[in-house]
Design a protein around this ligand. Structure first.
Ligand code: HEC
Ligand code: HEC
Ligand code: HEC
Length: 433
């Protein structure tokens, strides 16, 4: 074989090796864009009664549809809220039964397809800011119940949908199609026969409708969930808050908690070792407080079964600022959290041995100190005690010092909070207002 011939052949192979996957990818993207719409089990002759509607209302709460689809001060489910993604904001749609502006003309199958496949009625690919990577697991029966609720109990609203506010590339259907080829496949919940009925129920809810992993799961640079790291923890877009890992004993794992305490956190917003803050308080308020005791217990059983890891404890470097930190703590914090960070049961969380304080990532402690906060008011905790905001009272370096103090006292052994941490997160506070 001549040299020229061999080179030619190698070149052909290289082109083939690059070209074939590219062609396959292009074909898959084209199918996403132009392929026929699936019509999974046509169920449009659905029999709707009050029991189905009531179940649908319950499920819509557990899915926290209103959390995104009801704007602050807006009509229920009429959309308009901006959902932040790393690539810009997507505006949640009007999903009231208005025939023109909402989903009033949709069939039960159209509705199921939106949850399962992330497609609008006309086939338009929806942004994964709508957590259909989770709702794809919702069963046809549960989707139908929610459909019955939306069509019969939600008030139609004529609020028109607005375009999203994404960087142009990520707004395009082609980009979404490519994203979906790489990262999304419609799926159904597969029962694990080796696990109990409640465990399976918990897994179905946490990974599906209740979309716990949408915040608590790690994501890649294109914002897609990373398989196997569904509970590994994640910074929320805009560096607002950190949703802790639910498999890390130093973060949010509940493996060592009793079932009862997990149920209390989900239904009441507080547990002996934790209180819900920021976005989690919102989730409890709008969604998980409504979980039936059985469903809350099922989620607890599932979460407790997740295999845990323990990150290496952060090196507790010599905290230089501790004298000033201790003084500030005595002046501004001790009246509620106690001289020894012991807190007061059912009122003020203990800060000693509190993971919200000692987590490697200090953002949540910074956030709550800047902004203050309330646990949500729930029947199990009707009059929650509040924490006042300190953003106007304390300078950045003072907050860094007082947080360093609580992160390194009473047996806590986390790294100091630096001026740089403060600069980062105070900035995020400004952009989120
Ligand atoms: C985390 C926020 C979030 C949650 C939770 C959420 N959605 Fe959405 N949803 C969105 C966004 C954003 C869009 C718009 C996506 C787009 O236009 O690309 C959307 C779109 C939709 C659509 C498509 C509407 C249309 O006109 O094409 C339907 C249907 C829908 N959601 C139903 C639901 C239901 C039912 C629930 C509760 C089970 C729910 N969503 C929960 C954010 C959310
Ligand atoms: C909108 C984002 C979001 C969703 C959805 C969400 N979480 Fe959270 N979660 C957070 C954030 C942020 C925190 C950290 C603040 C705090 O400690 O409350 C948190 C904290 C937690 C903690 C740790 C509490 C502690 O202090 O030890 C647990 C447990 C938890 N979430 C469970 C869940 C479960 C179960 C679901 C689904 C039913 C869920 N979360 C859904 C954002 C979310
Ligand atoms: C008036 C009483 C009060 C004062 C003063 C106060 N806190 Fe709090 N703090 C609370 C309450 C109540 C919560 C629970 C808030 C929630 O769940 O949203 C809390 C929560 C926290 C948390 C999160 C703990 C957890 O389990 O999620 C941290 C960290 C914290 N406070 C630090 C401070 C620091 C630092 C100061 C002083 C600069 C301070 N607090 C002053 C009442 C107070």
């Amino acid at each position: 074989m001549s040299r020229a011939h061999a080179t030619h052949r190698a070149l052909r192979w290289i082109l083939f090796a690059i070209g074939l996957p590219a062609a396959v990818f292009a074909a898959l993207v084209a199918r996403e864009l132009y392929g026929p719409l699936q019509r999974e089990g046509n169920n449009d002759a659905l029999r709707i009664d009050d029991a189905l509607i009531a179940r649908g209302e319950y499920l819509a709460k557990i899915g926290n549809c209103a959390g995104c689809h009801t704007a602050r001060g807006g009509e229920a489910m009429a959309g308009g809220r901006r959902i932040q993604t790393p690539f810009g904001a997507v505006v949640a749609s009007n999903i009231t039964p208005d025939k023109t502006h909402g989903i009033g003309a949709w069939s039960a199958t159209d509705f199921y397809r939106a949850l399962r496949e992330g497609r609008s009625r006309d086939g338009r690919l929806l942004s994964p800011a709508f957590p259909y990577t989770n709702t794809t697991l919702v069963s046809r029966e549960d989707a139908d119940a929610m459909y019955a609720y939306f069509m019969n109990r939600v008030k139609p609203s004529s609020r028109a949908n607005e375009p999203s506010n994404m960087s142009a590339f990520f707004d395009s259907q082609i980009a979404l199609a490519a994203w979906r080829v790489l990262f999304f496949k419609p799926a159904s919940y597969v029962r694990d026969a080796n696990q109990s009925e409640p465990w399976n129920r918990g897994a179905y809810l946490a990974n599906g409708l209740a979309h716990c992993t949408a915040c608590h799961g790690a994501r890649n640079v294109l914002g897609a969930p990373i398989a196997g790291r569904e509970y590994a923890g994640s910074m929320m877009p805009l560096n607002d808050w950190y949703a802790p890992s639910l498999v890390d004993a130093r973060e949010g794992s509940v493996a060592a908690w009793s079932n009862e305490d997990v149920v209390a956190l989900l239904k009441h917003g507080i547990a002996p070792h934790a209180s819900s803050l920021g976005p989690m308080a919102d989730v409890v308020f709008k969604s998980t407080q409504f979980l039936s005791t059985d469903d809350a217990n099922a989620i607890a059983i599932y979460l407790k079964s997740l295999p845990t890891i323990a990150t290496r404890s952060a090196p507790a470097r010599e905290a230089k600022a501790s004298a000033r930190g201790a003084t500030l703590y005595g002046t501004h914090c001790a009246s509620c959290h106690g001289d020894e960070g012991e807190g007061r049961p059912n009122a003020y969380p203990a800060l000693a041995k509190n993971r919200a304080v000692t987590m490697t990532n200090p953002v949540n402690a910074i956030r709550v100190t800047l902004e203050g906060g309330f646990s949500p008011a729930t029947p199990g905790n009707p009059a929650p005690y509040g924490m006042p905001p300190f953003y106007h009272l304390l300078k950045d370096d003072e907050i860094a010092d007082v947080l360093t103090h609580i992160r390194t006292s009473w047996g806590n052994d986390a790294a100091p909070v630096t001026a740089l941490d403060m600069a980062n997160y105070r900035n995020a506070l400004r952009t989120s207002r």
